[in-house]
Write a protein that binds this ligand. Structure first.
Ligand code: NAD
Length: 489
């Protein structure tokens, strides 16, 4: 299958935090891959800006190393990498001071090209960057800013941040990134729902029993311990990534595939979420891996806080109070140090109204699984007759649409979410970015849950590293006669 790559217009992109981990692992390798595919054209100006002292040559070396390590095996030896690096430069810039800003302003063109500023720095610097871009004359009406997560840590801080950015930029210039929305499968979810007649008539609580959204990681907090311990799974994952997935699954069809039409529908979903009952939510914190305490320490050892009450796991049952979803719960689950790395949305359909095959045939349900990682793809479980002369025995088989095989037969990795999202910024398409009111609505739903834990001084339940989480999370499902799919040890 030949994909049609349409080059983006020439642009200037400043990466604040251009020497950081995100720039190294995602942004620079992603830009290189878009360059290899002819989407980023020679002449694009990519300027790294960070506090550490480097010159252009050193920054190009930094980028070359990053691309060799994280570029996904793209050919670096045929001169393409050298040609790409020609587009890169570096300005030592202090987000909180004056260093570098005049130089940066002089390197940014005034020739009418697209200008984008990627805030790939800690959130404490977002306001400083916005103010300096304005005072040094770079914040004109056409430029775009890309803002990384976390976007606030509660409703009040998100409102303050929105107001700070709004002082210098219109909402149409602000791209709040959630890389889950850039995944091929997530966009395919919209294509499957709204581009086919097959699913949409069944997409409601009359035919859907329940929906599960799981984002499971095998890694622990790693080097992010200090940040994570002040955040936890609810703030780090549920308020943003899982909430965004829930919105795309649950939203009404927008009138058109246009940024505000899509985001209006997502916002309605968040606002229709009921508050979560305390007994419908389970928090967990991982213990050390038995016998491997040094390699896989407990959460508390990893964050060096022996009394930490921060959760590394959350499972909850949510209800959306609208005509489409009343009666079909959404079960959300995310955690670190679980048995498998798996991000999956599962739509479990109801039983057929009458089983003509008798009780011996067992219970069979259609299950639509949307896998975000690993191996992005969509599988529909259908019930068929087990082959052979053994009578009318039923069996569930998957109708599999694995993107890796179907859309990239040469085995090349599909574009990373960041690649797509950065290209959307240059194209000026905000559909896959969160609007300010969406973020605030998500915090408004999350805040009371966190406040409840704090008021009750609740500690998370311990769970074994490499397990599927605390047993209470399984009970949450079992009480409803359901069970989680996947992520078993
Ligand atoms: P990092 O700590 O590796 O890098 C931070 C960068 O900011 C460095 O380039 C540093 O020089 C620069 N910086 C720090 N203080 C500065 C100042 N006063 N002036 C100018 N530059 C300054 O961080 P990271 O992991 O690259 O993350 C960057 C942002 O992206 C954070 O908001 C983070 O939450 C978010 N994020 C990161 C990842 C990831 O995988 N690394 C994933 C999702 C979101």
């Amino acid at each position: 299958m030949v994909s049609r790559i349409i080059p983006v217009e020439p642009f200037d992109l400043v990466i604040f935090g251009g020497t950081g981990d995100l720039a190294r692992r995602k942004i620079l390798p992603g830009l290189f891959r878009r360059y290899c595919d002819g989407q980023v054209l020679p002449g694009a100006r990519i300027i790294g800006a960070a506090r550490s002292e480097h010159d252009d040559t050193e920054y190009r070396q930094f980028a070359a190393d990053a691309i060799r390590e994280f570029g996904g095996g793209r050919a670096c030896e045929d001169g393409t990498l050298e040609a790409f690096l020609e587009n890169l430069s570096y300005v030592t810039t202090d987000a909180r001071g004056t260093q570098g800003w005049d130089e940066l302003a002089s390197r940014i063109s005034n020739d009418g090209r697209i200008k984008a500023f990627y805030f790939s720095v800690g959130p404490g610097l977002f306001g400083d960057l916005a103010e300096r871009l304005h005072s040094y004359g770079m914040a004109d009406a056409d430029c775009r800013i890309v803002v990384e997560k976390p976007f606030g840590r509660d409703l009040a801080s998100a409102r303050t941040l929105n107001a700070t950015l709004a002082a210098h930029f219109n909402e149409s210039q602000i791209y709040r990134i959630d890389h889950y929305l850039g995944k091929e499968t997530v966009q395919n979810l919209m294509a499957v729902r709204f581009g086919n007649m097959l699913f949409e008539p069944l997409w409601n609580s009359q035919y859907v029993d329940h929906i599960q959204i799981t984002v499971a990681e095998t890694v622990g907090v790693g080097g992010r311990g200090e940040y994570y311990d002040k955040s936890g799974a609810m703030r780090d994952m549920v308020q943003n990534h899982l909430m965004q997935l829930l919105c795309l699954i649950a939203m009404e069809p927008p009138a058109k595939f246009d940024p505000d039409a899509v985001r209006d529908e997502k916002l309605k979903v968040i606002r229709a979420l009921d508050p979560v009952e305390p007994h419908h939510i389970v928090r967990g914190q991982y213990d050390a891996h038995a016998g491997q305490e040094d390699a896989h320490p407990s959460y508390r050892d990893a964050v060096e806080n022996p009394r930490s009450s921060t959760e590394s796991f959350v499972a909850l049952k949510a209800h959306i109070s609208n005509w489409r979803w009343a009666g079909a719960p959404f079960y959300l689950r995310t955690g670190k140090r679980l048995a498998a790395r798996s991000s999956e949305i599962t739509v479990v359909f109801k039983d057929t109204p009458h089983n003509i095959f008798g009780a011996d045939a067992g219970r069979h349900r259609n299950v639509l699984s949307i896998r975000l990682q690993p191996n992005e793809g969509i599988t529909l479980g259908v019930t068929i007759k087990e082959p052979g002369p053994g009578g009318m025995r039923l069996v569930d088989v998957p109708l599999d649409m694995s993107f890796a095989e179907a859309l990239a037969p040469d085995g090349e990795d599909p574009p990373d979410a960041y690649e797509r999202l950065i290209m959307d910024v240059i194209r000026g398409n905000q559909t896959l970015f969160m609007r300010g009111d969406e973020v605030e609505a998500a915090w408004a739903w999350t805040d009371p849950i966190i406040a409840g834990w704090e008021a009750r001084k609740e500690f998370p339940k311990p769970y074994e590293s490499g397990s599927s989480g605390p047993t209470d999370a399984d009970l949450l499902m079992q009480r409803d006669g359901r069970k989680w799919r996947g992520v078993s040890p």
